[in-house]
Design a protein around this ligand. Structure first.
Ligand code: MN
Length: 230
């Protein structure tokens, strides 16, 4: 059986199509099929997601700070209202099923907000590493330390790994129920996962842009899809 992975619709312009293709090719390499979930009708989106074997929350616009009780700062990007409304509903419906969830970039930030955490609205003035480094999205920009006794460490191993970095926001206060699984050289949370869940794993970087040639990055998708077969 081919596991079907639901992914919230990211958009259809040329740039989004390119970004979407990287998630899709990483999942197809892992043996899964992709179902893009349209979000305008939230009830229909929830129903579609529940038909899938796994859920991937992809990258995208900054989460609206009102979702974590803050006023937007000038550095905060324009929110994607449709995704900000629908994606928490998808999580609410999907989490109790225990089916696997992989959250990437905006995905892990949204997961943290869903669990009651907050975000740094802009890290450009407090970072030491370069975290918004689009030109090195295929090569990697900084390393992350993987924390022991996490699901992420079971997938990636103990050694620090080089990751790419396409973000200007980061997890600030961690939501209750989450565990930190990876930390950047300059101390930002780059991985978080749900404690009491079989496989709800989030990373701040974009493994889909390195997975075609870095086995550890592809392993994230392979283990996610393997968990969807259980
Ligand atoms: Mn980073």
């Amino acid at each position: 059986m081919t596991p079907v992975i639901g992914i919230p619709q990211m958009g259809t312009d040329l740039f989004r199509k390119y970004m979407k293709s990287k998630y899709a090719s990483s999942l197809v390499r892992a043996g899964a099929a992709v179902r893009w979930i349209e979000l305008e009708d939230v009830d229909a989106a929830v129903a579609a997601a529940l038909e899938c074997d796994g859920l991937l929350l992809p990258g995208g616009a900054d989460v609206d700070p009102c979702l974590y009780g803050q006023e937007p700062k000038p550095e905060c990007g324009k929110p994607n209202v449709i995704r900000d409304v629908a994606e928490p509903k998808l999580l609410e419906a999907f989490l109790p099923t225990g089916k696997p969830i992989l959250a990437i970039c905006r995905g892990v930030q949204l997961l943290n907000v869903y669990f009651g955490g907050t975000l740094h609205q802009d890290i450009s003035k407090i970072q030491v590493c370069k975290h918004a480094d689009f030109l090195k999205k295929n090569k990697g920009s900084h390393t992350v330390k993987i924390l022991p006794r996490t699901k992420l460490q079971k997938i990636l191993g103990c050694a620090p790994i080089l990751v790419n970095s396409l973000h200007h926001q980061a997890i600030d206060q961690l939501g209750p129920g989450l565990a930190v699984s990876a930390v950047s050289e300059d101390g930002f949370i780059e991985g978080a996962e749900v404690f009491l869940h079989p496989f709800c794993v989030g990373v701040q970087w974009h493994p889909e842009h390195m997975s075609n040639y870095v086995p550890a990055q592809q392993r994230l998708f392979n283990e996610f899809v393997a968990a969807c077969r259980l």
